[in-house]
Ligand binder design. Structure first.
Ligand SMILES: CC(=O)SCCNC(=O)CCNC(=O)[C@H](O)C(C)(C)COP(=O)(O)OP(=O)(O)OC[C@H]1O[C@@H](n2cnc3c(N)ncnc32)[C@H](O)[C@@H]1OP(=O)(O)O
Ligand SMILES: O=C([O-])CC(=O)C(=O)O
Length: 372
């Protein structure tokens, strides 16, 4: 057997959702640069789920469906109050809440295409409400109910703070949502597809994907980047901190990628937003530190920053708690997970690779009282 560690380079499925070819990322053939500059996140959701950009009326229907489904069942809100609120990570809370939502969806196990599409809408609509409600409840604040007249990006920021966000914040947050929406067969998307390929339900697929996104080698890296920036504390400390880490063969979070070689095309958009927002908030040191880190890691290791690097300082500048960065990634990426889950159902085959066994050869069972 030939083992490909980490399945590097293995092509495990066909997909018509997003592609990475020669370091260019496209969603259904649209370059990510074009979408980041021009599209609303709602348009991107439609694009990923229907493989075409919506007409005005199609977009209005989707917006209405998302708005109408954003409220959480009371049971889910009450459940948050039972969590060990001061120690639980919001990604664990999100994973649990999505699983719990499945209990209150009577159609959770209905496997028809239309039913699965409607579940996709319900889940996409509720993800921001879960993340923001949990973020408030743990601070002793009441959750803020979703509004039907705000965009997806504006509604998230509104539910988080209780105040209507300004246009600059909404634009930046919308761009971040667009940039994180899908990424071919990344680890969490693959996890979702493996899960539903057993013909398990949509809630199970998304719950599994959240678990995979949580790790610091994947979506959890954005929070880890902010932890690193906070530890470094000032641009003057960057040089010694980074060089010591590299000398100890430790990884610098937010750098490197399994697929991109020249660089992650999403990072430049986040870099621009990080520069703008850190200046606006009077904390340019976060951006300055980030660019210094980039210069050293790129120079020493030839590793460019990935999507998680500049998103950290950008989200920080929006006043968002650091442990909400990865849940925000999930709020966007669930659109991609759901697109892949629906695609998997449409052309399903169980995903079941092999393992090259390296344990002992045949052994004879010895009863427990005869073992030394
Ligand atoms: C949304 C996302 O998931 S984007 C990725 C987010 N993750 C991170 O930012 C975490 C930091 N980066 C990493 O750990 C890796 O680059 C990954 C997980 C993204 C990709 O991993 P892989 O393709 O398996 O590469 P692997 O970890 O084998 O690294 C290859 C070599 O580059 C080095 N390397 C890779 N990333 C880094 C890094 N961030 N800092 C320092 N060295 C690194 C490794 O140490 C290894 O060196 P070696 O060959 O001398 O042992
Ligand atoms: O594709 C990957 O391996 C990780 C990544 O950048 C993403 O999921 O956005």
């Amino acid at each position: 057997m030939t083992v490909t560690r980490g399945l590097e380079g293995v092509v495990a499925t066909t997909s018509s959702i997003s592609s990475i070819i020669d370091d260019t990322l496209t969603y259904v053939g649209y370059n990510i640069d074009d979408l980041a500059e021009n599209a609303s996140f709602e348009e991107v959701i439609y694009l990923l789920w229907h493989r075409k950009l919506p007409t005005k009326s199609e977009l209005e229907v989707l917006n209405k469906q998302l708005a109408e489904n954003a409220e959480l069942p009371k049971e889910v809100l009450d459940h948050f109050k039972m969590y060990p609120i001061n120690s639980v990570h919001p990604m664990a809370a999100l994973r649990t809440a999505v699983s719990l939502l499945g209990l209150y969806d009577q159609d959770a196990d209905v496997m028809e295409q239309e039913s699965n599409y409607l579940k996709a809408i319900r889940l996409q609509a509720k993800m921001p409400t879960i993340v923001t409600a949990f973020a408030r409840i743990r601070k002793g604040l009441e959750p803020v109910a979703p509004r039907t007249d705000l965009s997806f990006a504006a509604n998230f920021l509104y539910m988080l703070s209780g105040n209507e966000p300004d246009a600059i914040a909404v634009d930046a947050f919308n761009k971040a949502l667009v940039l994180h929406a899908d990424h071919e067969l990344n680890a969490s998307t693959f996890t979702a597809r493996v899960c539903v390929a057993t013909l398990s339900d949509v809630y199970s697929g998304v719950t599994a994907a959240i678990g995979a996104l949580k790790g610091p080698l994947h979506g959890g890296a954005n929070e880890a980047v902010m932890k690193m920036l906070s530890e470094i504390g000032s641009p003057d400390n960057v040089e010694s901190y980074v060089r010591e880490k590299l000398a100890n063969k430790e990884k610098i979070m937010g750098f490197g990628h399994r697929v991109y070689r020249q660089g992650d095309p999403r990072a430049k958009h986040l870099r621009v937003m990080s520069e703008k927002l850190t200046k606006l908030t009077g904390e340019p040191q976060w951006y300055e530190m980030s660019t210094k880190i980039e210069a050293i890691v790129t120079g020493e290791k030839n590793l460019p920053p990935n999507v998680d690097f500049y998103s950290a300082s950008m989200y920080h500048s929006l006043g968002i708690d650091h442990d909400l960065f990865t849940p925000i990634f999930a709020v966007s990426r669930v659109s991609g997970w759901l697109a892949h889950i629906l695609e998997q159902y449409d052309n399903n085959r169980l995903i079941r690779p092999r393992a090259d066994y390296t344990g002992p050869g045949m052994q004879v069972y010895v009863p427990v009282d005869q073992r030394s």
